[in-house]
Design a protein around this ligand. Structure first.
Ligand code: FNR
Length: 401
């Protein structure tokens, strides 16, 4: 099959009615190794599965006799009035999934009126993405780097390019053991192996895009960075190598406090599950905690994000915003997260499947699907506003009611 024309692509995206449909379309377009990098998690992928399945532990309890003729799905997220209580999670390598994928994602988020968070490990640089999607609400996600000067430079660059919120991710001291990536020998760019060549022959659309793209870790490519081949973008780099050579596993709460002091705008801390860690973040003056296990990609066998949420929300007690990250696949999942104390949800793979299936239009389609599901569920639940959603709208699936 040749690369689809825009109209054929649009028609295909219109045939996706659930996030699972976009996942199937992404699986058809992407090389297996690339699809697995997005789709997979650490070791036995128990947390990855649990993130999604744990939403089943709650059922929705609708109320009747409520005027639901008009609904308001908007929500303030760290002072930005988002059209929906969702944001685009930071994800590395988006430009490897679709040409200029970071800009494509940021444009779709801007059009939909939801925050876009750019990863440290993006293909397009901080400045490139800001130029490509100047309108939207932009966050920048930072990792602790061994080279603290480079890290400070990233902060300065993000502020200069008018990223409003800093999202510091703290659950990646080293990379989790992602066995799909090890078995596929996943690198950027892909290593020329026979199995890859056979696979690529069936993915002309992806191949044409990748051939046009300037691949590498865009935020590490400006002059002066002395961290070896991975950073310079030469050769075949696995993400695990990139992380091992550049990221700093020694970072402590003192370092987090220093970043807090160095960043003038609002700040979110991403990747915590324990209520005491959330309380500590609040004590540092961090405005949002993102309850997350990195989409099941780091330590396996940790709690599902939705299971960790109530404890964190209780510890934070309204002193910061709480964002639920991981496993959201439906509008009803968003409702459950809000009922359990989340301000908003952050979506990773659902939007990446949309991106991989159709670039900006694919991300827009994914957001549209979630919007449609959320609106429908709010109507039927008897909650015309997000503020109307309460814990009383949930019941445990098994027992207790
Ligand atoms: C991620 N995630 C991530 N997080 C982060 O802080 N910085 C990053 O660079 C990345 N990169 C990344 C790449 C890919 C391909 C995925 C799937 C995820 C984690 C991401 O922000 C988020 O926590 C999870 O994706 C949430 O889980 P769901 O929504 O994918 O189930």
């Amino acid at each position: 099959a040749a690369a689809p024309t825009p109209t054929r692509l649009g028609a295909r995206l219109q045939r996706a009615h659930a996030i699972a449909d976009l996942r199937r379309q992404a699986a058809r377009r992407l090389p297996k190794a690339v699809f697995d990098f997005i789709d997979g998690g650490a070791e036995d992928e128990r947390t990855l599965r649990d993130n999604v399945e744990a939403f089943d532990d709650w059922m929705l309890m609708p109320r009747v006799g409520i005027d639901v003729a008009t609904r308001d799905l908007s929500r303030s997220i760290l002072g930005y009035r988002a059209s929906l209580p969702i944001m685009m999670a930071p994800t590395g390598l988006a430009g490897f999934f679709w040409p200029d994928g970071e800009v494509a994602g940021a444009q779709a988020a801007a059009r939909a009126g939801i925050p876009y968070c750019l990863s440290t490990n993006s293909v397009g640089s901080i400045e490139h993405v800001a130029e490509g999607a100047p309108e939207g609400e932009r966050w920048f996600q930072l990792y602790f780097l061994r080279d603290r000067e480079w890290m400070q430079a990233l902060l300065r660059r993000a502020a200069a390019a008018r990223y409003r919120v800093l999202c510091l991710t703290v659950d990646l001291a080293v990379q989790g053991r992602r066995e799909r990536d090890l078995r596929n020998a996943f690198t950027m760019p892909l290593k020329p192996r026979l199995s890859t060549a056979l696979d690529l022959a069936r993915r002309p659309g992806w191949l044409a895009g990748a051939a046009r793209s300037r691949l590498g870790f865009g935020n590490f490519q400006a002059g002066g960075f002395q961290a070896g081949g991975a950073a310079a973008g030469h050769g075949f780099t696995s993400v695990a190598q990139h992380v091992a050579s550049l990221f700093d596993p020694s970072a402590s709460w003192d370092d987090i406090a220093r970043i807090r002091d160095a960043w003038r705008g609002p700040m979110a801390l991403k990747g915590l599950l324990h209520p005491a860690d959330a309380a500590r973040a609040v004590a540092l003056g961090i405005e949002a905690v993102i309850v997350s296990n990195h989409g099941g990609r780091q330590l396996d066998d940790v709690p599902a994000a939705i299971h960790a949420l109530p404890g964190v929300a209780e510890a934070v007690a309204g002193r910061a915003e709480v964002i639920l990250d991981g496993g959201v696949r439906r509008g009803t999942d968003v409702i459950k997260a809000l009922a359990l104390g989340a301000t908003a949800c952050s979506l990773g793979r659902p939007l990446l499947w949309g991106l991989s299936a159709g670039g900006t239009a694919g991300v827009s389609r994914a957001i549209e699907i979630v919007r449609g599901e959320l609106d429908n569920a709010m109507t039927l639940l008897g909650t015309p506003t997000l503020e109307a959603i309460t814990p009383d709208h949930l019941r445990p699936r098994r027992g207790g009611w």
